[in-house]
Design a protein around this ligand. Structure first.
Ligand SMILES: Cc1cc2nc3c(=O)[nH]c(=O)nc-3n(C[C@H](O)[C@H](O)[C@H](O)COP(=O)(O)OP(=O)(O)OC[C@H]3O[C@@H](n4cnc5c(N)ncnc54)[C@H](O)[C@@H]3O)c2cc1C
Length: 416
């Protein structure tokens, strides 16, 4: 088998991918294998989803989506892509609270890694999880629901506690969003008015290459209420884009979601890229570090100080905000965070050579690396960043004492 991740920078070492077509079949697979890992849509940039023996994909499971309007929840097989779920929900008059930049990722894979969108008041996607049906090492199915003792440790779980056969998510009535892009936001304004800028819409993303005096683009997504929507003419010195934009300068925005303030359904505005545009692989690598909101300006300054080192390897960086949550391994556990994201050119050795420098610059700010993207963690000291780390390690040891779901990533970073 020669299977790679979406970016093509990682070839899975597991010799087999099993694809059961029923939950019972999934339970049999898990019970029967000595070592097994869940595989989602392969959008991680590292070896997190890999395993020494079998991988199990949920892509063959019946795509059954169950909406419970009274409970305001929807239940999906873990392998369901957000884009598929979003269309279903919108057609039924419902929505999830936020989406990532790309709708093609699986719900269980996104949740397992604390995937997030942007928004001062918007928590990461995993916080919408109301319950999980987890296949345990012996193949039994355990329903873990909000309020259970180990729930907060079981949602962002890196695939280490079992395979999420089904995920139940909170939903809310569908809503409209308008998306605007402003260009050339002076860095001076970013540093002096960051809070006002990021709170100026429901979701705000700053796109920069860290050089020059201005952030190149600001993408702002605003929920449209009964009063309609008015485009903002001026934004702290930035001006409205005169046409649709791609986050990368000079690239045709045809695959980007609608801009210019035209209201549309949430799932056609919250991601940056359209669902119909399905890239099977990407010529890019990604890293991201989540710093406490209180350190955001200092962290931005620290990365600007490395612009000479970072920007030659960069396609673009994106700065987003994420509200605090209580999920033990969430990158926003305990406090509001700002995400400093790097979309790199596909130059892995050079990128890996720069990551320790970047991480050293961000270390004073307790930057948590995104679980699914490239990071170095040279001192193997992630534990100090997560107050509930030991509890998570204990939960893994208790749930999976024989290490059925363990892999190199988990051994290297979590159970050292
Ligand atoms: C183009 C692109 C855009 C992205 N945009 C964003 C973004 O906007 N915000 C953000 O935060 N991240 C973003 N990411 C990162 C991405 O969301 C994460 O890597 C996410 O984990 C991908 O989900 P997946 O289904 O591809 O997971 P995979 O890479 O397949 O697996 C990831 C982890 O999830 C586990 N897993 C998968 N399925 C299950 C299951 N059923 N049960 C238990 N565990 C499971 C795996 O074992 C593994 O540990 C982006 C990535 C790409 C390539």
């Amino acid at each position: 088998m020669s299977l790679t991740n979406w970016a093509g920078n990682y070839t899975y070492r597991a010799p087999r991918v099993l694809a059961p077509t029923t939950v019972e079949g999934l339970q049999e697979v898990v019970a029967g294998e000595d070592r097994v890992r869940a595989l989602g849509t392969r959008h991680c940039f590292n070896d997190l989803a890999d395993g020494p023996a079998a991988l199990v994909s949920l892509e063959g499971l019946e795509p059954e989506i169950t909406l419970d309007e009274d409970a305001r929840t929807v239940t999906v097989p873990g392998g369901t892509r957000y884009g598929t779920l979003a269309r279903f929900l919108h057609d039924a008059g419902w929505a999830v609270h936020n989406l990532a930049s790309l709708p093609h990722i699986s719900v269980a894979g996104a949740v397992a890694t604390a995937t997030h969108g942007s928004g001062d008041r918007s928590r990461n996607l995993a916080t919408a999880v109301a319950a999980l049906d987890l296949v345990r090492p012996d193949g039994s199915l355990r329903h873990v629901a909000r309020g259970d003792d180990d729930f907060a440790g079981s949602v962002v779980a890196l695939g280490a506690l079992g395979v999420a056969a089904r995920v139940t998510l909170d939903v809310e009535p569908t809503f409209l969003v308008a998306q605007e892009v402003h260009v050339d936001l002076p860095w001076e304004a970013v540093l002096s008015d960051l809070d006002a800028i990021t709170s100026s819409a429901d979701s705000v993303s700053l796109f920069t290459d860290w050089t020059g005096d201005a952030v190149q683009q600001v993408w702002r997504k605003t929920r449209v209420g009964a009063d309609g929507f008015e485009r903002r003419t001026e934004l702290f010195g930035a001006t409205p884009a005169d046409g649709p934009r791609h986050p990368l300068p000079g690239i045709d925005p045809v695959n980007c979601t609608q801009q210019l303030g035209v209201p549309g359904p949430w799932h056609e505005r919250l991601p940056h890229f359209r669902l119909e545009f399905t890239p099977s692989n990407g010529d890019e690598l990604q890293s991201e570090y989540l710093v406490p909101r209180a350190h955001a300006v200092d962290a931005l300054q620290a990365v600007r100080g490395l612009a000479d080192v970072v920007s030659p390897l960069l396609q673009v960086s994106e700065v987003r905000t994420i509200a605090a949550d209580d999920l033990w391994l969430s990158t926003a556990y305990g406090d509001d965070r700002v995400g400093l994201h790097f979309t790199w050119k596909p130059l892995q050795p050079q990128v890996e050579a720069v990551l320790p420098t970047l991480e050293a610059a961000l270390k004073p700010f307790d930057a948590r690396p995104h679980w699914g993207k490239l990071f170095a963690d040279p001192g193997r000291d992630l534990a100090r960043l997560y107050p509930r780390w030991d509890d998570f390690a204990a939960l893994v040891a208790q749930t999976d004492p024989d290490g059925k779901f363990r892999n190199d990533f988990v051994a290297r970073h979590v159970l050292r």
